[in-house]
Design a protein around this ligand. Structure first.
Ligand code: CP
Ligand code: NVA
Length: 337
């Protein structure tokens, strides 16, 4: 019997940064800037009226979920949220069957989860655009927001921007920043202890991209050398969603030198250096986890000090807002007629 063939992957999908080339990445950032201005000036036009979008989350989210919901609402599209519990995905129904069902009902699917293979399989079988809202490997919609935020604050083209990520170099955000900086021809540095550096294949990909884009790529275990001259210092949580909480015992001692505090910001040598964080951040004792880590390890503010987080240098809420404008650009680019 002849087997049913999977539909071709929709070109509007975004499963990882490297689905995009430099031009299409920057086009999305430019479209986001236009949409942001239009909304601020009260002249946004609805280009997604009558469209429906499924939001599938296997992990928690504040920004990504809300950004998709507000972006869709602004453009006239409806959304359905499927959380970690409540759908059959992966338990009673395979990823590819779920993809084929959602692809018949919706015009696009956002997915946040664990394995990159899951979002790739959804994209291979849905027949509609599939957007990665974070996996263990990549966080591409975050990258669009981060590049928009950096260009807004630097007031310079990407090729003239130097930024440094410091912390867990294996995290989705660290990996994504490395390849994004390399793709766009930026000066990208990652500072992480030897045991937490980005995987060799990701570094090799970044170096290969840099050979073509003119990017400068530095991966080091020296946080002070890495931030020297950087316009942006970026960090992320030390234990990511899905990792065992027992990891904290190993992470705190090795990551302590990579914490972003005033001394590390000063090591940039720039009065105009800004602080970035994808959020959520553990910067004080106002969260259950932040309080636990303070009691256990004596750290008040974990990956970033409260002083830096709350300073004028910190542009983290601009970044958070830009998640919405950039995700809106992704939706409009993929779905508007
Ligand atoms: N930065 C980010 O992805 O935030 P959420 O986990 O709140 O979506
Ligand atoms: N690395 C973090 C990013 C959160 C937006 C995580 O995966 O939990």
């Amino acid at each position: 019997m002849q087997q049913r063939r999977a539909p071709a992957r929709h070109p509007g999908s975004l499963t990882k940064e490297l689905d995009l080339d430099k031009g299409s990445f920057l086009d999305l950032v430019g479209l986001a800037a236009q949409l942001k201005r239009a909304k601020a000036e009260g002249r946004e036009t609805r280009r997604l009226t009558g469209r429906s979008i499924a939001l599938v989350f296997q992990k928690n989210s504040t920004r990504t979920r809300c950004a998709f919901e507000v972006a869709a609402a602004d453009q006239g599209a409806a959304v359905t949220y499927l959380g970690p519990e409540g759908s059959h995905l992966g338990r009673e129904e395979s990823v590819r069957d779920t993809a084929r069902v959602l692809g018949r009902l919706y015009d696009g699917i956002e997915f946040r989860g664990f394995a990159q293979e899951t979002v790739e399989e959804l994209a291979d079988f849905a027949g509609v655009p599939v957007w990665n809202g974070l996996t263990d490997q990549w966080h591409p919609t975050q990258m669009l927001a981060d590049v928009l935020t950096m260009t807004e604050h630097a007031g310079a083209p990407v090729e003239e921007i130097a930024f440094c990520y410091t912390g867990d170099g294996r995290s989705n955000v660290a990996r994504s920043l490395l390849v994004t900086g390399a793709l766009l021809g930026m000066d990208v540095r990652v500072a992480a202890p030897a045991v937490l550096q980005p995987p060799a294949d990701v570094v090799a990909t970044a170096r290969d991209l840099a050979g073509r884009s003119g990017a400068r790529v530095l991966v080091t275990d020296d946080p002070r050398a890495a931030v020297a001259g950087a316009a942006f210092v970026y960090t992320d949580v030390w234990v990511s969603m899905g990792e065992p909480q027992a990891e904290w015992d190993a992470r705190v001692p090795v990551l302590r030198p990579y914490r972003v505090d005033s001394a590390l910001m000063a090591a940039t040598g720039r009065d105009d250096a800004r602080f970035l964080h994808c959020l959520p951040a553990l910067h004080d004792r106002r969260t259950v986890l932040g309080a636990e880590i303070h009691d256990r390890y004596g750290l008040d503010g974990v990956e970033v000090s409260d002083e830096v987080f709350e300073s004028e240098r910190s542009v983290v809420f601009d970044q958070a807002e830009n998640r919405m404008h950039t995700i809106k650009a992704v939706l409009v680019q993929a779905l508007a007629g």
